[in-house]
Design a protein around this ligand. Structure first.
Ligand SMILES: C[S@@+](CC[C@H](N)C(=O)[O-])C[C@H]1O[C@@H](n2cnc3c(N)ncnc32)[C@H](O)[C@@H]1O
Length: 187
């Protein structure tokens, strides 16, 4: 009979391997499987920089399109005092996000679902860090469903042919990068 500590270490090791496999599957498999963007979070310092530079009013309704592990929701709540909501359709990211919201005592709302079906007209601020392809798919929705005057914050990728009112440039994790701030125009 193996000592308890050996059994415990074995199980911890198995859990670690399974956790890593699920994480990598969730990062890699979701691009080919869904044609959407993968679970790759924005660096925390980058989130902080973007949110402190963004003109966001306390009490604003804030949406993260693809909440990932919830770090943007938590930071937006803490730094800007917003009412945060996130959509997430990747089950691994969703579970990680739920746990992170709970550990941070966050009041953010997390919806398990596809953000292409979300009603964006309710939000004053929309944050996205996706891919050029997904941004392109989202553009008609921004044009018809987002609230005029709402702030759209897009990390790295531009939003259709709209003109950003501010381009925040900084040195990101992989070199120089930009985050674009837009106002949704009147229809
Ligand atoms: C690049 S990550 C960004 C995560 C987070 N916003 C951040 O900046 O740290 C994009 C996230 O969007 C999610 N996602 C992509 N397409 C989605 C869709 N159609 N509906 C809901 N979530 C989606 C992915 O699962 C992933 O977690």
């Amino acid at each position: 009979m193996e000592p308890l500590v050996v059994v415990a270490i074995k199980w911890l090791f198995i859990l670690l391997i399974v956790g890593c496999a699920l994480y990598f599957l969730s990062v890699l498999a979701y691009i080919p499987l869904t044609g959407e963007s993968a679970f790759i979070p924005t660096y925390r310092w980058c989130v902080k920089h973007i949110l402190t530079e963004a003109p966001i009013e306390a009490g604003a309704r804030f949406m993260d399109l693809g909440a990932g592990d919830g770090r943007v929701l938590v930071a937006a709540e803490r730094l800007c005092g917003v009412e945060a909501v996130g959509y997430e359709f990747n089950p691994v990211a969703y579970v990680v996000c739920r746990i992170a919201l709970w550990l941070n005592g966050s009041r953010a709302r997390l919806v398990f679902g596809n953000f292409h079906h979300a009603d964006l007209s309710e939000y004053d601020v929309i944050y996205c860090y996706l891919t050029p392809f997904v941004q392109e798919k989202l553009f008609p929705k921004f044009q018809t469903n987002a609230k005029p005057g709402a702030l759209i914050i897009s990390r790295i990728y531009i939003v259709g042919d709209w003109e950003p009112f501010r381009t925040l440039q900084y040195i990101g994790p992989n070199g120089p990068e930009a985050t674009y701030f837009y106002r949704v125009p009147e229809a």
